[in-house]
Write a protein that binds this ligand. Structure first.
Ligand code: NDP
Length: 295
């Protein structure tokens, strides 16, 4: 039987509807409108698209948002000055610096300059550290979205063996840190694999839940999976497709056709993890505005 599709688009819409409802209440009861500042440096087309769709989501939620578009040549000091201004702006509850940054700007310095109480991306070392410790914090949006997809798709990871393929700071490691906590909706046995893993299939075949965050098109095939597992495909890769109008199409890190013959449930690409990232960003911004994370 082909795998059940975990509909990330529908789950993301559900989350956004909840955020919108709570934002309206926040405005009504406390006069607070959640505010998000986007900082975009340079002309990277993918970054432009991401920032546009995040801005559109803010509009849908009734949030206040500003987008600072800066030239590629901006100095690190000028960028820091802008961040300090946003840190002190009471109308701004969340700050998002779209990555990657130009080579002459040090990413860590920029991320660390953001007030961790406004770090809705969850990349500041204070939030990273608190996540590892199992304390309340802003959790990175894509990994938090992975957990929500599991829970709302009826696949509680508690007690399950989760194998995460990929150990990046923005996806693999935080997925691991979220799912291994002794907390409701987590409490999983987590294994993390990477390029140093000698026989990847040995590990992927043991996964009750497989999270693929590799950045390699269709690298994980059905014969690498345990029958009946749940697959969360974080990957977004564009590959040539002569049958498509644009000549390309998006695929995940998992080979969908073969995997969906083996797995019990699977996220599609597009329409799986992708929409969750923006939904979780909206949720983090609401939490920041409510002062729910830090006082
Ligand atoms: P990175 O390139 O930063 O990390 C990739 C990780 O995968 C690394 O840890 C690397 O190992 C590991 N890896 C690469 N090849 C293999 C392999 N053959 N076997 C085992 N491990 C391997 O990628 P990201 O984490 O940033 O992104 C991963 C994917 O998720 C990408 O496709 C990206 O586009 C997508 N993504 C999607 C988002 C969404 O909103 N849906 C958001 C963010 C990312 P090593 O550490 O040893 O190099």
């Amino acid at each position: 039987m082909p795998a059940l599709i975990i509909d990330g688009k529908a789950i993301a819409e559900q989350i956004k509807a909840e955020v919108k409802r709570d934002a309206e209440r926040l405005k009504r009861e406390r006069g607070i409108v959640p505010g998000l500042a986007f900082i975009l440096v340079g002309e990277d087309p993918a970054s432009q698209v991401y920032v546009r769709s995040k801005g559109k989501a803010c509009e849908e939620m009734g949030f206040h948002s500003i987008t600072e578009r800066l030239p590629e040549t901006i100095s690190q000091q000028e960028l820091l000055t802008l961040i300090h201004r946003c840190n002190h702006d009471p109308k701004i509850h969340g700050i998002l610096v779209q990555l990657p940054l130009p080579k002459h700007i040090d990413e860590s310095t920029i991320i660390e300059a953001i007030d961790f109480k406004k770090d809705v991306d969850g990349f500041h070392p204070v939030n990273v550290g608190r996540l590892v410790l199992g304390h309340k914090c802003f959790r990175p949006c894509t990994p938090a979205g992975v957990q929500e997809l599991l829970l709302r798709g009826g696949n509680d990871p508690s007690g399950k063996h989760v194998v995460v393929v990929g150990r990046s700071n923005i996806v693999g490691k935080p997925v691991m840190n979220i799912l291994l906590q002794k907390q409701r909706g987590a409490n999983a046995v987590v294994t993390i694999a990477h390029t140093g893993t000698s026989d990847l299939s040995t590990y992927t075949k043991q996964a009750d839940i497989l999270v693929a965050a590799i950045g390699k098109a269709e690298a994980i095939r059905g014969d690498m999976l345990k029958p009946g597992c749940v697959v969360i495909d974080v990957g977004i890769n564009r590959i040539p497709d002569p049958t498509a109008k644009s000549g390309t199409r998006l695929v995940g890190d998992v080979h969908f056709a073969s995997a969906s013959n083996v797995a019990r449930a699977i996220t599609p690409v597009p329409g799986g993890v992708g929409p969750m990232t923006i939904a979780m960003l909206m949720k983090n911004t609401l939490l920041a505005a409510e002062g729910a994370m830090y006082k």
